[in-house]
Write a protein that binds this ligand. Sequence first.
Ligand code: APR
Ligand code: ZN
Ligand code: ZN
Length: 361
Amino acid sequence: MPQHVQGVIAPGRNEPVRVETIVIPDPGPGEAVVRIQACGVCHTDLHYKQGGINDDFPFLLGHEAAGTVESVGEGVTDVAPGDYVILNWRAVCGQCRACRRGRPWYCFDTHNAKQRMTLLDGTELSPALGIGAFAEKTLVAAGQCTKVDPAVAPEIAGLLGCGVMAGIGAAINTGNVSRGDTVAVIGCGGVGDAAIVGARLAGAAKIIAVDIDERKLAKAKEMGATDTVDSRAGDPVEAIRALTGGFGADVVIEAVGRPETYRQAFYARDLAGTVVLVGVPTPEMKLELPLLDVFGRGGALKSSWYGDCLPSRDFPMLIDLHRQGRIDLGAFVTETIALDEIEKAFARMHEGDVLRSVVVL
Ligand code: APR
Ligand code: ZN
Ligand code: ZN
């Protein structure tokens, strides 16, 4: 029997989000219905609302979530009712050219539930990133559920489903930060701070946090930055070089997603160093660099998609490290809110004093 639950939809471009009754079908083959316990508010949810992702309104927002599997469809063997899971937007297919070459963290053919959730009048909803978790329950592909230790509270665990994983993965997966490396992180929001946590976990000797907001720099220090640079106070490239013996950092992680910060990252790294772009640019942005510098400085210019994570490998591992006290994922939760407070959370994003607002259901 299809179920009726409360969920938050974005009805149209820039229209305020609202709580609506959502119809959840029974899970079909390969699908699962998950009872959501917590879901973080991410910039991507705001971009959906603004029409910045695509025009497939109405959206069922929310995608950084943890909850409990309620029911599964035919053929589902990896998860069972009662399992505590983090939802992911990289359900690997096992068949595409990336998967076949043993690189499933790049999977080019990830999948979502085949059936659609709807409004009461039958209008089909587009779930954000194929998840749609600002709702009491949601329908996903079973491969989007990653089982983890239930000892970690859902408002903390769920954050691994998007931004925190993207940042940690940018450092440990994409950037391959290793013991003794010098690392600079440009932009210290939730993603940049997670990159700092990842760099610290990997044994970086120096972690330089760069931002334009001193509150963000203070928080970055709490998260493990060894040095901070306020890029309003002077050239951040010079400052990073000065902190690294005049050479630049081994790995620079760009967590803003703008041409000017990318250029800073490019020049703030040592010869043969690595730039990791994890901030997401917008379509009109252009980058111009002397090609000779691209050649002459060597190294690697990489992008990090979702922290190049493999959820089945990385989520349980990071949950265990959190339980052991080796990383503190709880530090990312600024506030917990109710389902009808998401507009307020969007407004607070711009004030700069929130890493994550998390809806608790
Ligand atoms: N130089 C340095 N820091 C900057 C600059 C700049 N020119 N411009 C903005 N910042 C800082 C902001 O002060 C803020 O601390 O970058 C940080 C961005 O953080 P958030 O807005 O909280 O964004 P976050 O969730 O961390 O995501 C960062 O990754 O997923 C993408 O779309 C997301 O592109 C965004 C990026
Ligand atoms: Zn694949
Ligand atoms: Zn997100």
